[in-house]
Ligand binder design. Structure first.
Ligand code: GLV
Ligand code: MN
Ligand code: MN
Length: 398
């Protein structure tokens, strides 16, 4: 790789969307910050003579050659958006590594025999409109365009309005068969989000599957009243249902070998001295087995006294077995193949795999084991090992 190519791109992205108070990133879909990130992606593509082709789902694809003429290509890449106060690596590591791997291959004089695409997926985290992997779900038809357009953010802005404000025509939103046809295979490099590689000798692992996971909304209603004058016996306080739901999320997850999180709340009217009239809580539940995750959700709903409303559900996803084994051998040593790991995190790679596209993932060691937080980390040497692994994979697969 040309000296410093990864580091330069990393430094360029570092200030974009970084909150000075928390040190975390607030890179939400279809905002001005998102626009800056998309402009950065376009500029990096242009710098390398790649053609950027948007699809009907808001994703960007930078191609080394025309896949409509030369046939489907190998796509690498990831996303640039973040969760609220997220880390620097979740998403951008895959996009920056993709450009750096291409630089490495070109510096070594390698010419791929089929097109290579670099993808920048829109709204992977679903931080603004609530549905994770919105760009890849719309692309594949897993999220209907009408439903996507009508999703609202916390201010009541619809996705359609946000798209229009960002200069993208929301009427064009929808499944994009032309874009799908161009993807021969997809390989997403991502920071590892737990401790699977943290204590091992290897900096890069290969993904095998994604746990089933989903998001549910709990609408808890009560009656607004005065915090000082209302007798306890006269209260109808939805916070009590919320408290029961939070406790049950923990204990049901323990019983079912799953994980469950209530990480987002909306309280109305949200005053210190007012009993709430309404509490909305979002439950994220995941685990190795679909039925155990569903059992957790059911039990949390029962404890809360509310029917959980399913906002998204992704069943178990398995990546392409042949591709996974090939990569594990390619990236291993003479003695052993690269580590193979499953993850509880969702990815656009999972959505494409579910749509029948041969898909694989590479994970780069995260020494903190922390993610969706400013503490998320990967050492530069490990990031460069990830770039080298991605370059070797592109070389072998094109
Ligand atoms: C996305 O990172 C998710 O797993 O929610
Ligand atoms: Mn994430
Ligand atoms: Mn991610």
């Amino acid at each position: 790789m040309p000296e410093g190519s990864f580091e330069r791109m990393w430094a360029d992205l570092a200030p974009v969307g970084r909150h000075p108070g928390t040190g975390g990133y607030r890179r939400y879909a279809w905002t001005r910050t998102d626009d800056t990130l998309r402009e950065w992606f376009r500029a990096e593509a242009e710098r390398r003579g790649l053609d950027v082709v948007p699809d009907r789902a808001g994703n960007l694809w930078a191609w080394t050659a025309d896949p409509d003429a030369a046939g489907p290509g190998l796509v690498v890449g990831s996303h640039l958006d973040s969760v609220p106060d997220g880390g620097a690596f979740d998403g951008p590591l895959g996009v920056v590594s993709a450009f750096a791997a291409l630089d490495d291959l070109r510096a070594r004089g390698f010419t791929p025999s089929r097109p290579v695409g670099i993808a920048c997926f829109a709204d992977e985290e679903g931080a603004r409109f609530g549905i994770a992997c919105a760009g890849s779900r719309i692309l594949t038809g897993a999220l209907a365009a009408d439903r996507a357009r009508a999703l609202t953010d916390d201010e009541g802005t619809t996705m359609a309005e946000a798209l229009s404000a960002a200069g993208t025509d929301p009427r064009l939103l929808g499944r994009d068969d032309d874009a799908l046809r161009r993807i021969g295979a997809f390989l997403e490099l991502h920071v590892e989000q737990g401790r699977a590689l943290a204590d091992g000798a290897e900096a890069v692992g290969v993904g095998t599957s994604i746990w089933p996971h989903g998001r549910w909304r709990l609408d808890l209603r009560g009656r607004a009243d005065h915090a000082g004058t209302t007798r306890l016996a006269d209260r109808d306080d939805p916070m009590l249902g919320l408290a029961a739901a939070i406790q049950e999320a923990r204990s049901a997850a323990e019983r079912h070998g799953a994980v469950a999180t209530i990480g987002k709340l909306r309280v109305r009217p949200n005053g210190v001295n007012a009993i709430p009239s309404e509490v909305t809580a979002w439950l994220d539940a995941r685990g190795p087995l679909d039925e155990e995750v569903r059992a957790v959700v059911h039990e949390v709903g029962r404890a809360a006294g509310a029917d959980p409303v399913e906002e998204s559900w992704t069943p178990t996803t398995r990546f392409d077995g042949a591709l996974r084994d090939r990569l594990a051998t390619l990236l291993g040593t003479d003695d052993r193949s690269a580590p193979i790991l499953a993850t509880g995190a969702g990815h656009d790679a999972g959505i494409l795999a579910a749509a029948g596209i041969p898909t694989a993932m590479l994970f780069v060691r995260n020494p903190t084991g922390v993610s969706h937080s400013p503490a998320e980390h990967a050492e530069t040497a490990d990031c460069l090992a990830g770039v080298a692994a991605l370059a070797r994979a592109i070389e072998a697969l094109t």
